[in-house]
Design a protein around this ligand. Sequence first.
Ligand SMILES: [Zn+2]
Ligand SMILES: [Zn+2]
Length: 218
Amino acid sequence: MNCANHPQSPIAAYCRTCGKPLCTNCTRPVMGVIYCENCLAERVGEVVAQPLDAIGRETIVTTSIGIVVVGRSPEASAEDLLRDADAAMYKAKERGRSRYEFFDDAIRDLGIPVIKTLRVAETLPDTHAAPNAAWLLFDTYDERRAGGTGRRFDWSLLATYERSKLFFLSGGIDPDNVVAAISLVRPDAIDLSSGVESAPGVKDHDKIARLFERVRRE
Ligand SMILES: [Zn+2]
Ligand SMILES: [Zn+2]
């Protein structure tokens, strides 16, 4: 018998949880245990669903997970894989909280980017500019930099957005203003990026913990 994902490859192991037969391309032991891709996604979801301790308070985080199976496209670069996993993650997020989704041709056909960044200056940009995008991300316009400015734009501009698509609020969101951001703008998701980095590109765990605490208290 050969692998369902890789018809050329013989079966080398079986998923610990569901017993699905797997070839060597499909078997990536996690802490010494072999899971199929679905059971691995379930395991990740279970682990993440455990309450975590954020500065002495029990905090529950929900995650959406995007998965791309490396063995199916051996020529893909690391950037390709991350982009595809991202696309699957947005798809999972659309289905609700704590879901996972595998990247496949249907997601590819959505047209990437599935997330369209719109930079907001004095007025709201054209929200119909990217009909293929599943999500919009509103970020602060900066003439010198593309993204990650760390400054917020005038959120009241979003009052006129008709919410035809799910959207991220981004730009200058930090532990001090996240509650206001959620209650004023009611975004579908928040992009934290620079607001919780102590230096560009470095996520600051204290800031993230403070932010979760603010959200939780609300
Ligand atoms: Zn399994
Ligand atoms: Zn396989």
